[in-house]
Design a protein around this ligand. Structure first.
Ligand code: PDD
Length: 288
């Protein structure tokens, strides 16, 4: 079955889909994006993802590409046309196409909108979660506005590639004082010996992950306490459990940090209970 992409008002063959060479996303990374998980024919946490999209757009002074309700309908249509039952939907909005100039183009420039969907394997993800993943740490080298979900992801790309080359699946950005910020494309968490979940405050220095936000709801339901504070790489290495969250991974246990085994080297029970409860608690929008 061929894949379909939505590009600026049209549903086109994925293999032939393209944007103009002077799209500002292509030339300046002048755009934002969202990734939503699709699980069992439901788009997860769509409201929160669209809220965050609105915030990213407004921080960069890019207009909504269309009315929010219409956008929601197009997202569902892309998922439906690609018959994605479990997978990911990707949405990107850029400032549009204009003759190359750093300053914003004229106010009547239409933002570009691209939406794609792809299938992923729940079985493969479950197998990864049953085993746990390895993390490396890298020095923070990103700009300060990582709260904006911008398509400018070069440090993230390089960090994730370095992780892969070192036999790990994710890299954590770390401040000079040793405090963990977040992963290349995930938020970072630990569980203390007392069973308290710890994650850095989202006020600055990280992206306010939607999965992270929903984990607050999940933790409440499970009666688990969360502390929003920084934690060091050393604290993570000696934690009871560690895990990452993102739309692409949901909750994924971490069993190794920079070659140091976390706890007994197996996914933690609290982490796995959060992973299991996530689907029940997250908002579900039927995709068809
Ligand atoms: N990344 N931090 C960063 C830097 C991210 O890029 C992401 C998501 C997250 C987690 O956010 P959420 O829970 O809303 O997915 C945290 C997406 C999935 C990506 O770039 O593919």
């Amino acid at each position: 079955m061929s894949r379909i992409a939505y590009v600026n008002g049209q549903y086109v063959q994925h293999s032939e889909a393209g944007v103009h060479i002077e799209d500002r996303g292509y030339q300046f990374a002048d755009g934002v994006y969202e990734v939503c998980e699709i699980a069992r024919d439901n788009i997860m946490d769509m409201t929160r993802h669209l809220d965050r999209l609105g915030r990213s757009l407004s921080e960069l002074k890019i207009a909504w590409p269309m009315d929010r309700r219409a956008l929601q309908a197009v997202i569902r249509e892309v998922v439906r046309r690609n018959r994605v039952h479990n997978g990911l939907v990707y949405l990107q909005v850029t400032r549009g196409v204009a003759r190359r100039d750093h300053v914003f183009p004229s106010a009547d420039t239409t933002p570009s909108l691209v939406i794609t969907a792809k299938r992923t394997s729940p079985e493969a993800s479950a197998a990864r979660a049953a085993k746990g993943i390895k993390i490396i740490t890298v020095p923070e080298n990103r700009w300060e506005r990582v709260d904006i979900k911008s398509v400018g992801l070069l440090p993230n790309v390089l960090a994730r590639q370095q992780a892969k080359e070192q036999g790990a699946q994710e890299a954590w950005f770390v401040d000079p004082d040793g405090t963990v910020k977040e992963g290349a494309a995930t938020n970072a968490w630990i569980v203390t010996k007392d069973g308290v979940l710890v994650t850095r405050t989202a006020e600055s220095g990280i992206l306010r992950g939607i999965t992270r936000t929903t984990i607050f709801d999940v933790a409440k339901k499970l009666g688990l306490k969360i502390e929003e504070r920084g934690f060091s790489v050393d604290e993570a290495k000696s934690a009871k459990e560690a895990f990452i969250t993102a739309a692409t991974t949901v909750v994924m246990p971490v069993i190794d940090i920079d070659g140091v085994t976390v706890a007994n080297g197996h996914p933690g029970t609290i982490t796995l209970s959060l992973r299991e409860a996530f689907f029940e608690i997250a908002e579900k929008t039927p995709s068809c």
